[in-house]
Write a protein that binds this ligand. Structure first.
Ligand SMILES: NC(=O)c1ccc[n+]([C@@H]2O[C@H](COP(=O)([O-])OP(=O)(O)OC[C@H]3O[C@@H](n4cnc5c(N)ncnc54)[C@H](OP(=O)(O)O)[C@@H]3O)[C@@H](O)[C@H]2O)c1
Length: 344
């Protein structure tokens, strides 16, 4: 039997919505003819989703595990009910529906990372084997389903799979830098976690010697790391939640030159205005952070008389996985850091 290309045949409630917006989806692992079944190795929830759950559980692993199991049992997918955020997964192809077997370039047994959010992916967890609170990866026995419109990437042989899993969650961010940042630009990256590091590296190679890459980051330790990695021209230790102070620090070191392109990858709320204030009216702010609030960004910009265009972070851009793998291959120091951080 053939299912809907976008997976609406698996929506249990509310009927009529697409799987991402639905509350409950059918996670029966018996696939339709145009679906792919994946045997999951590990989940990589987004920093926002995992952070919310871990905070509420006070970092207690058993409580985190219980909450993840509850969410998936209730919804048939992993979508944090509070932040609505999901994540990515890695696994091996278990079965390919007969309508897709000649059209997809993967075969049973291939190791892949899904590039559509867990927030729409039917998922049935049988057992959680391990949770790594540091890398925020959840190792489990589970089945997941990809719809016909779903996207994935084969895990490259030259990169560790844990690294690929970690990076695929955020590959939409650096891909936007690759299309918007150009030679001579001032690019600001606010928040230098996983997504931010990739954006900084991509910005560095796009702006060239005539441009400048500025990092605004709260954590002193992370600021030191950015300097060691050499992926920013200016590293500002500032709190994005205090926009005026962050703006003043920025103006001082940048001699009043505002940014052409700003990427916000901060994992906490209330940083919209610090990104908007440091960006030219003729520039653009790319809000990749899931903590971004539409009303705060739009009304906040209006309130300070800024008409800077703002872009909502889309997890997908054609070639985003390849762009991200290429960044990691091109920056050996960054690769070494990320490998040590995510591959244990
Ligand atoms: N749009 C999409 O499609 C999409 C897809 C995946 C993920 N995301 C979102 O992207 C965001 C970044 O993800 P990630 O994995 O890179 O997160 P991450 O590794 O936790 O990085 C977030 C960074 O922001 C810094 N930060 C925290 N508070 C700050 C503040 N007040 N001012 C300045 N910097 C601050 C953090 O510093 P500390 O080290 O001090 O915490 C950290 O370095 C998350 O919101 C995630 O949900 C979006």
């Amino acid at each position: 039997m053939k299912g809907n290309k976008y997976g609406t045949h698996r929506v249990i409630s509310p009927v009529g919505l697409l799987p991402q917006a639905a509350e409950i989806v059918d996670n029966n692992p018996a696939i339709y003819d145009n679906e792919i079944l994946i045997e999951v190795i590990a989940l990589q929830p987004t920093a926002t989703a995992f952070g919310r759950i871990a905070k509420e559980a006070n970092g207690n692993i058993e409580k985190i595990e219980k909450e993840i199991m509850n969410i998936v049992e209730k919804q048939g997918k992993f979508q944090d009910p509070v932040t609505k955020s999901g994540g990515m997964l890695i696994g091996t192809v278990k079965e390919i529906g007969k309508d897709l077997s000649n059209t997809v370039d993967i075969k049973v047994g291939d190791k892949i990372a899904t590039l559509v959010s867990l927030s729409l992916t039917p998922l049935k967890i049988y057992e959680i084997e391990k949770i790594d609170v540091d890398t925020e990866q959840v190792f489990c026995k589970a089945d997941a389903i990809l719809f016909e419109s779903g996207i994935w990437t084969k895990i490259p042989d030259d990169l560790e799979w844990q690294l690929s899993l970690a990076l695929m969650d955020v590959c939409g961010a650096p891909s936007m830098v690759s299309t918007h940042a150009k030679a001579g630009d001032i690019v600001v990256v606010e928040g230098a976690g996983k997504a931010g590091l990739l954006c900084l590296a991509e910005a560095k190679r796009r702006v060239g010697v005539t441009g400048k890459v500025v990092c605004i980051e709260y954590s002193e330790k992370q600021c030191e790391l950015i300097k060691e990695l050499g992926i920013a021209d200016v590293v500002l230790n500032a709190n994005g939640q205090e926009p005026v102070e962050a703006y003043n620090k920025y103006m001082e070191v940048m001699d009043g030159q505002l940014a052409d392109f700003t990427v916000n990858t901060v994992s906490v709320p209330d940083t919209e205005l610090s990104s908007i204030m440091v960006t030219k009216d003729s520039g653009m702010v790319y809000f990749f952070s899931m903590s971004t609030n539409f009303a705060k960004a739009s009304l906040g910009a209006e309130g300070i008389k800024k008409y800077t265009p703002m872009l909502i972070g889309n997890g997908y851009y054609p070639g985003h996985a390849e762009i991200t793998f290429d960044i990691v291959r091109s920056f050996p120091k960054l690769r070494e850091y990320l490998t040590n951080r995510y591959c244990k």
